[in-house]
Design a protein around this ligand. Sequence first.
Ligand code: FNR
Length: 368
Amino acid sequence: PPLDNVINLHDFEVVARTVLPEKAWAYYSSASDDEITLRENRMAYQRVWFRPRILRNVDQVDWSTSILGVKSSLPVYISATALGKLGHPDGEICLTRAAAKHGVIQMIATLASCSFDDIIDAAAPGQEFFLQLYVNRDREITRKYVQHAEQRGVKGLFITVDAPQLGRREKDMRMKFVGDDAGAEVQKGHEVKKDQGVARAISSFIDPTLSWKDIPWFRKITRMPIILKGIATAEDAILAYESGVQGIVLSNHGGRQLDTSRSGIEVLVEVVSALRLRGYFPSPNFEIYVDGGVRRASDVLKAIALGAKAVGVGRPFLYAFCAYGQDGVERAIQIFREEFEMNMRLLGARTLDELVPEMVDASALTSH
Ligand code: FNR
């Protein structure tokens, strides 16, 4: 269908499903075990209700923000999704070009199909990136990778902490891996297992010994802000703050890791209240992000009202470029813009700062 017929982010998934090879669809769409967390990521947003304010002169509304001090035209960043070339010959570069045009930040995946340097080389002047990191058992490889990224101007290091082992994505496991040199520079020396799906094939280098004790080492090797991606409890949010990192992503990896873990938006409520109690929130040096199941600007506004600085979006951008290349991603961004404008007017919030907790009723969020 022509791109003009795509009017919301869900539409990209419908189109992607019809155009993607079976293997790509299985890898992208799958989540772990019974996919209960995947479904919950959507359902949780439906348990949060708005409390809109009226008569506030909402002629001008502005949804721009900054993330880790980097300007962003949306309170949304493109979250890392691996293996973009399974679904489009240009892979992640489609995201890069669209992000450049619209002032959106792309998080580059360690396991991107395009090499890190190819992505950075495709950037527009002044375009900013974050890097998602899977930590190699061989720390020398990780050190070089991180320092190279810093040298090339990356503005934030998102260390994935919810994947000491990859989840069982059964749809994907039924497929045989064919080969992609994703993350070649970080994979060295690790056997690629080809008979258990794409995810298993590419993840054997990831270090399950990673622990809180490693955080000072990361601090030593880079000046980039460090963000832990995949925090799921208030306890770990407190440890993260006390470890001195600059932020956390409340995430369950798009439902692809521990099944029946809670949605990021639900975790946000307990995290903000626990951090507030200790005087850790709000803080100018510590930002909280949420990802998983965000498909509408209204979802984003709910997360921001509850204390998130921005949200990550994975599959919708991935599906958008698989179906329509760069144009699809641009359309996805435009849809977000239109939805932000309307929703902020109807909510009575002219800027993101005016989105206060009183604008949502989250009392049903924790009752399932
Ligand atoms: C991911 N995600 C992910 N996260 C990460 O830290 N490293 C990775 O390599 C990947 N790869 C990846 C591949 C695919 C196909 C998907 C769908 C997701 C997780 C991603 O960054 C993000 O947390 C979720 O995608 C957010 O959920 P939604 O927006 O997809 O619902």
